[in-house]
Ligand binder design. Sequence first.
Ligand code: NCD
Length: 344
Amino acid sequence: MTKIEFDTKTAGSAEMLAVLKEPEFVIDSGEFKGKSVVSSEQFTPAAIGQLMEVTRQIEKMQAKELLEILPGWRAAVLFYEPSSRTYSSFMFAAMGLGMNTVGYLGMVDISSVSKGETIADTVKIFGGYSHVLIMRHPEKTAALEAALNSPVPVINGGSGTFEHPTQALLDYYTILKETKFRDPRSLHYCFVGDLAKGRTVHSLTKLLAKMGAGRDGSYFSFVSPEVVKLPESLRFWLTDQGVHVYETNDLEEVAPYADIVYMTRVQKERFVNLDEYELARMGSKLTAETLKILPKDAVIMHPLPRVDEIAVEVDSDSRAAYFRQANNGLPVRMALLALVLGAK
Ligand code: NCD
């Protein structure tokens, strides 16, 4: 276990990213074993490449062969926030590799958390029963706090507005597949919606920047109403890395040049001020009209769930990749579990 000092009450994103630069968190190719995954910042480009390659291999394997990868190993899936895709794909990923699972969806209501147990105590207990913990929590600092206290690796399945690194990994895999392996460093990415509170964009932009996107002929356009703009700290972080950042509130302005359009839901549950939520809802929507101005080989993505930011009529367009994107969660999460647990 670690000796890193980290104050969960005062730590912001910058402090957390500083802790995640420590050698025990950095993940290079061939070094996944025993590592917790809190942020997409932890991976080197070679590690992301390795994960993509293992995912491709997993996709080619038969269900019977997959069951022999981690037979009898144990995963505890602890979710303190609602989830459909992340929870079920992690459960199926673990079971598909031959693992045994304990899953808590509603951790707050039905576990000892309802009696006042802390994250530190909870992860010590579940870490004693299982080989890996997968956790989702409304607090930004929760995944890092869990990783610093757990005897086994912790995988972040979403930590408040901070990050959702496994979503970013499956998003990146989707981008590679859907663009037929075009160079991700040559694409124009448009991120649309709640860029302030949507953690998937926070993780994906960091990962893409890490892979060299956003420089030279590549751009990141951020489309949102003023109230849910990209956090300033992340904008600075990206520009500091040399990423071209363009901000607008109008999707139609950038759609004709988009290779990837990444739509997101307004995170209603994270608003304290409902007037701000109403303003956030006024943002750009993707409709049949937008389809007319999008390039013919653009890729439309969304981490899901969708509310009304993508009209249902878009679903039948071949560029709508969001359901295929969700399906990619299973092999990507299988690959990550296999690597973190050091499967052969
Ligand atoms: C996202 C999340 O939980 O951050 N969902 C997901 O995991 N696919 C996006 C959202 O809730 O809007």
